[in-house]
Design a protein around this ligand. Structure first.
Ligand SMILES: Cc1cc2nc3c(=O)[nH]c(=O)nc-3n(C[C@H](O)[C@H](O)[C@H](O)COP(=O)(O)OP(=O)(O)OC[C@H]3O[C@@H](n4cnc5c(N)ncnc54)[C@H](O)[C@@H]3O)c2cc1C
Length: 392
């Protein structure tokens, strides 16, 4: 990406994957960038994510295309950054249907759009994914997607930001509750938690699950279905796990240091939001996830909990990314998405290019903030069909 325009100063609010990626790409494209974030880098949803890199299941053509670009960017990053290969891995993922359901349609949908998808009979599970307990797989079999993988964002985000800093970006951590400074209807910069004003030509709001409320405070509606969620990180496991697993009762992926990250929809629903706004997770959910994960792994390894990471899981109202300028407030942009691990590199790149060149990306056409219109209705259709609620 290159720009011939004079150097812009852009403030990016939010040190998760979407803010870090936008800051990195803006800096690479020649902008002066200040990344400000409430606490430390990667302290939000990006630190507690399964972070499965995928375009699994049924998607609209536009969304599938975006996700394929997204995965491709990780492959390129990995090819050019050998040191990242410990925390960006493409060892494939396996999924199977719950009792009474079938994944045959999902398999057909994936094959029909050219996505790499293999049907694996139970008898062949050990050959394809020796880390999986074949007996736990659905009777009909499973889908294996050899091109899928995972990223460990607590490793990746600091690396991305370090590259941005090496190219001149400034990072302000522990900035508290940062607000967009709107004067005469336009964004002129940000106000840090301690009241310090930082002026900017452009501001990017990348505060994860806080985006809808921050925009609402500025009179802008972005429909939101952000739930509370959690992941469980295990102690190091005495088993070699490489495959990302999405099973009816648990999702599993390895970490660079030999642990597992676990989550599941049923467990997510047990998170309690306390009166003081903190999140707590019942012990039964922790033990339940450990038990379910042990069942789906070859040899049923004994698993113990290291820690739980609970908090918001950013999800726009229609499940699709929300990226681009806020038309009501010149100078303000947002980037807010589910599947932000998968989409992190590409969305940051496309948004940065729009900011630097002023040219809207056709790839983002279906994912604009203004699709939500007024507050009193459902979101407008964006050419995608129903949102796929299955997984990340
Ligand atoms: C349990 C779980 C499982 C997931 N699984 C997957 C998956 O398998 N695949 C996938 O692709 N995606 C997955 N996701 C989604 C993905 O992790 C998120 O979409 C992504 O991490 C969001 O990144 P973000 O930068 O938007 O937000 P965050 O990582 O939350 O970062 C936002 C940052 O903004 C800061 N901030 C917030 N408010 C303010 C403020 N007022 N002032 C200053 N700073 C502020 C926060 O401190 C935080 O650092 C999962 C998410 C969860 C929670």
């Amino acid at each position: 990406m290159s720009s011939t325009s004079p150097q812009k100063h852009v403030v990016v609010i939010g040190g998760g994957i979407l803010g870090a990626s936008t800051a990195f790409h803006l800096t690479s494209g020649g902008a002066k960038v200040t990344l400000v974030t409430a606490g430390t880098l990667a302290n939000g949803a990006s630190s507690r994510s399964i972070a499965w890199l995928n375009s699994s299941g049924a998607r609209s053509a536009e969304y599938h295309y975006l996700r394929l670009l997204a995965i491709d960017r990780y492959r390129t990053w990995s090819a050019h950054h050998p040191e990242s290969r410990g925390y960006i891995r493409f060892n494939g993922a396996m999924k199977w249907a719950a009792p009474g359901k079938t994944f045959r349609d999902t398999y057909a949908a994936e094959r029909s759009r050219g996505y790499e998808s293999l049907w694996v009979e139970r008898a062949n599970v050990a050959a394809i994914a020796p880390d999986v307990n074949a007996e736990a797989v659905a009777e009909e079999g499973a889908i294996f997607n050899p091109g899928e993988g995972w990223v460990n964002m607590p490793d990746f985000i600091p690396a991305l930001v370090a590259e941005a800093v090496a190219k001149g970006a400034e990072v302000i951590e522990n900035a508290g509750d940062v607000r967009v400074n709107v004067q005469d209807g336009a964004s002129v910069g940000v106000i840090l938690g301690n009241g310090t004003q930082v002026s900017a030509d452009e501001v990017v709001l990348a505060t994860g699950g806080d985006v809808p409320a921050q925009l609402a405070a500025l009179g802008v509606t972005v429909l939101d279905r952000t739930p509370a969620a959690f992941v469980l990180i295990t102690d190091p496991v005495d088993a070699e796990v490489k495959t990302v697993l999405n099973t009816p009762r648990v999702a599993v992926r390895p970490t660079p240091d030999g642990r597992l990250v676990l989550d599941s929809d049923w467990a997510e629903q047990t998170v309690v939001i306390e009166d003081d706004g903190s999140f707590s997770v019942p012990q039964e959910s922790v033990q339940g996830l450990l038990d379910e994960a042990s069942k789906v792994l070859a040899g049923n390894p004994r698993l113990t909990a290291h820690h739980v990471g609970a908090g918001l899981k950013p999800i726009p109202g229609d499940g699709l990314p929300v990226v681009g300028p806020i038309p009501q407030i010149p100078g303000l942009y947002t980037i807010f998405s589910h599947s932000g691990a998968t989409l992190g590199l590409i969305l940051g790149e496309l948004l940065a290019e729009e900011i630097l060149t002023g040219t809207p990306s056709p790839v983002l056409k279906s994912f604009r903030p203004d699709r939500f219109g007024s507050t009193d209705g459902a979101p407008e259709a964006v050419g995608t069909g129903a949102w796929e609620p299955v997984k990340q």
